[in-house]
Design a protein around this ligand. Structure first.
Ligand code: NAD
Length: 257
């Protein structure tokens, strides 16, 4: 399957899952726009490296997904957007009564509201092109909850709902919208949680990974960024033309429990 000629914009993609998704879309032939809020030489070098490796056009566009105007500007600067992957996300863990308001606001803005703004800007481009895919990177936490992650879980449930709404508003057109719900994937976002978890439970970091972080993931293995990227490519394939308004779990059985 080739995505040659398609332009994919992946938010929050200079690291982790977003980068993995960008690499897999480029491997499938799509031109890609990589994004984050930074504007470092490494960000532009990363895009150049992906472009060279896969023989596609790869650009880095700086935009802060906590800012509505910058979310919309990212899509405008891309010039076209056949595949929109809303992936940017952050985490904060605290009981509700201690949860800082600014963290709540930042998580809702980056993990949820950014997808509203990018989708609003991208849909007219998809309609003009006569084809489009919206892929929202939600989480197993878009379908289930855990304590102390109130903002993240509210945002992830929200993005699952947003995916369904976009699917219904585009149902009669060759555009689909879905959410991928990964379980734990070993990325910088998760790696940052390991030392504290080990300390809290008085365990080694390896024990913390297996016994605490992967506790709810029956496979006892992390999902990989390549698997999330591969699922995104599948959602862009003709086999997925009638898959819209739904979730695909890549979670080692977490949500089957
Ligand atoms: P990560 O920290 O490696 O990547 C997050 C990306 O978002 C980075 O590229 C970062 O630069 C970008 N980002 C953060 N704030 C931004 C902002 N204001 N504007 C633009 N970009 C911004 O984390 P990850 O694990 O790869 O997470 C990616 C997505 O996958 C998130 O939405 C996360 O909730 C989701 N997810 C991750 C896991 C997991 O286990 N890692 C599981 C389920 C869902």
């Amino acid at each position: 399957m080739s995505l040659k000629g398609k332009i994919a914009v992946i938010t929050g993609s200079n690291s982790g899952i977003g980068l993995g998704v960008a690499r897999e879309l480029a491997r499938a032939g799509a031109d890609v726009v990589i994004n984050s809020f930074t504007d470092n030489k490494e960000d532009h070098d990363l895009a150049a490296e992906i472009g060279k490796e896969h023989g596609v056009t790869a650009r880095y566009i700086q935009a802060d997904m906590s800012k509505p105007d910058q979310c919309r500007a990212l899509i405008e600067k891309a010039g076209a957007c056949d595949i929109l992957v809303n992936n940017a996300g952050i985490q904060h863990v605290a009981p509700i009564e201690e949860f800082p308001t600014e963290k709540w606001d930042a998580i809702i803005a980056i993990n949820l509201s950014s997808a509203f703004h990018t989708t609003a800007a991208a849909l007219p481009m998809m309609r003009k092109a006569g084809w489009g895919r919206v892929v929202n990177i939600a989480s197993a936490h878009g379908l289930t909850a855990s304590p102390y992650k109130s903002a993240y879980i509210a945002a992830k449930h929200g993005i699952v709902g947003l995916s369904k709404t976009v699917a219904l508003e585009t149902a009669k057109e060759p555009i689909t919208a879905n959410a991928i719900c990964p379980g734990y994937v070993l990325t910088p976002l998760v790696e940052a949680q390991i030392p504290d978890t080990a300390k809290k439970y008085d365990m080694t970091e390896e024990e913390a990974k297996q016994k605490v972080i992967l506790e709810r993931q029956p496979s006892k293995e992390f999902a990989t960024v390549e698997q999330i990227g591969g699922t995104t490519v599948f959602l862009c394939s003709p086999a997925a033309d009638q898959i819209t308004g739904t979730t695909i779990s890549v979670d080692g059985g977490w949500t089957a429990l």
